[in-house]
Design a protein around this ligand. Structure first.
Ligand code: CO
Length: 503
């Protein structure tokens, strides 16, 4: 291959360009506060509330590159909407590690995904102190804005200023050093709480056997239920799914070899090995020891299915004797190689994430699965009133092309009842983040009107202008309602949430 071919701006057979994609992984060291004035289209007058986003904002510490974006310091973006206007703000979470490294001007902690402190293996030997980087998700619940990272305690922030208040122990529910997952769900009408909304989250203690603790909180933040279940084997579980009666966990077929990690030779993420010859286990845990009227299980049970790796679930619901779970599944876990640079990802050599439907029969123990959508996709989202209930529409970040693996450049709407699909694409210049569905009606826990009556919000990195934009799509047909052009780029983020409260 000649250098001319390598430097082509857009490969003729691809809707994306890897160098463009890489530019979305630059640090954003500045913190901003401004009204967004550069708007194409009109911001809907009835769109009121705040979109909070979290993700790694710094991909380097004083020029020292971190090894993997999952190790980057958490940065919150808040985009507040009111009366057809929008305000942007971003702030770094002032974690202990962030403050220490910024003061020292160098990397001082080991990252889970391979960022070593300088000094080689000797400096990393027996250094088990991981940095709580608070970079995965952000939720507003019980009057608190919480930045989440699954291996440690949440950080509480001021929802108006995004100032860091500090580690939050949820009024004594957590102890120092406890894990608290980054993928909570809100049951919009909890049968166990007289139909009131309830937030569910989990904490994993992995080991030779692993303890899964499910925590449920009322709208005022008070703990309602706490159940622990121990399952055999190591668990690498990033997300879960809920129904009115159950919490559901996919125990991916992976093992963990701690020796290279303890010796400082490899990061924790690099010591996880995927086993394609082993089954994925689906662990179904009743939310309450006194089952709801239709619940078939009163204790936790495990069901085996085809090998695969799941980071994210779209939704789950109960249907007769079955639990139905829609998830993004990979044929295997892309391994984190010690010497690999994530910026050099060769998309063509990796299996795409695809939307699958799993049906677990609680009586017979049988699990069936079928592919709902072959297009490469991630970051599923749906109407908040449909969480744990049977849904019709899902919104996903997806590849522009219908087959193969590629960066997310499009938003895909899937109608699970029909073969209908809609696609909004930002290709060839745009790279999208997680879509967030926002209902038009201000009571997000109720289904008022059609299930797709609302908007889909997503941040798009635009390589042609080197800036990011917040795009508002009409969820009904995915046409672009407005595009809010920011004054800068926002590094690719992970997860976030929308609250009808305008901060
Ligand atoms: Co996630």
């Amino acid at each position: 291959m000649t250098s001319i071919e390598l430097n082509k701006p857009i490969a003729p057979d691809k809707p994306y360009n890897r160098e463009d994609w890489q530019r979305g992984y630059r640090s954003l060291p500045q913190e901003f506060d401004y009204w967004i004035e550069d708007v194409d289209g009109e911001i809907p007058l009835d769109l009121t509330g705040t979109l909070f986003r979290n993700g790694p904002g710094r991909l380097d510490v004083n020029g020292q590159r971190i090894h993997h974006p999952f190790d980057g310091d958490g940065m919150i973006c808040a985009i507040a909407f009111q009366n057809g206007r929008a305000h942007f703000r971003n702030r770094y979470i002032q974690t202990e590690g962030y403050l220490a490294e910024q003061a020292a001007g160098k990397i001082m902690y080991r990252g889970v995904f391979g960022t070593d402190k300088p000094g080689g293996w000797l400096a990393n030997l027996f250094d088990l102190k991981l940095k709580n980087i608070a970079n995965t998700n952000v939720i507003y619940w019980g009057g608190k804005l919480l930045a989440l990272w699954e291996a440690a305690e949440p950080h509480r922030l001021d929802p108006r200023t995004l100032d860091t208040i500090g580690l939050d122990y949820l009024d004594g529910v957590l102890q120092p050093g406890d894990a608290f997952g980054a993928h909570p769900w809100v049951d919009p009408a909890s049968q166990l709480d007289h139909g009131e909304p309830c937030l569910l989250n989990f904490a994993i203690k992995p080991g030779l056997s692993s303890k899964i603790t499910v925590l449920e909180f009322a709208a005022n933040g008070q703990l309602q239920r706490k159940n622990s279940t121990t399952v055999p084997g190591f668990c690498f579980i990033h997300d879960f799914a809920i129904t009115p009666a159950y919490s559901i966990f996919f125990q991916n077929p992976v093992t963990f070899n701690p020796l290279p990690f303890l010796a400082g030779l490899r990061s924790a993420g690099e010591c996880i090995q995927f086993h394609p010859e082993q089954a994925t286990k689906i662990v179904v845990i009743p939310r309450s020891p006194s089952p709801t009227p239709h619940a078939l299980l009163s204790t936790a049970q495990t069901f085996a299915t085809h090998s695969g790796f799941v980071f994210h679930h779209a939704n789950a619901f109960e249907a007769g004797d079955e639990i139905v779970i829609d998830s993004i599944c990979y044929e295997s876990l892309p391994s984190v190689e010690p010497d690999a640079d994530f910026r050099e990802t060769d998309f063509d050599t990796l299996a795409p994430g695809q939307l699958w439907r799993f049906r677990v029969n609680l009586r017979s123990g049988e699990v069936q699965r079928h592919l709902l959508e072959a297009r490469c996709s991630e970051f599923p989202s749906l109407h908040p009133a449909k969480v744990g209930r049977s849904h019709r529409y899902l919104y996903l970040a997806a590849a522009h092309a219908p087959t193969g693996n590629a960066p997310n450049q499009a938003i895909l709407k899937v109608d699970v009842e029909t073969a209908d699909r809609q696609l909004w694409s930002a290709a060839p210049w745009g790279y999208v983040g997680e879509p967030v569905f926002v209902p038009r009606h201000s009571d997000h826990t109720a289904l008022v009107g059609a299930e797709d009556d609302g908007w889909v919000l997503t941040l798009v990195f635009d390589a042609s202008s080197d800036r990011s934009a917040l795009v508002i799509l009409d969820a009904h047909d995915l046409h672009q309602v407005a595009r809010l052009n920011l004054k800068h780029h926002v590094p690719y983020g992970l997860h976030g949430s929308f609250t009808p409260d305008c901060f």
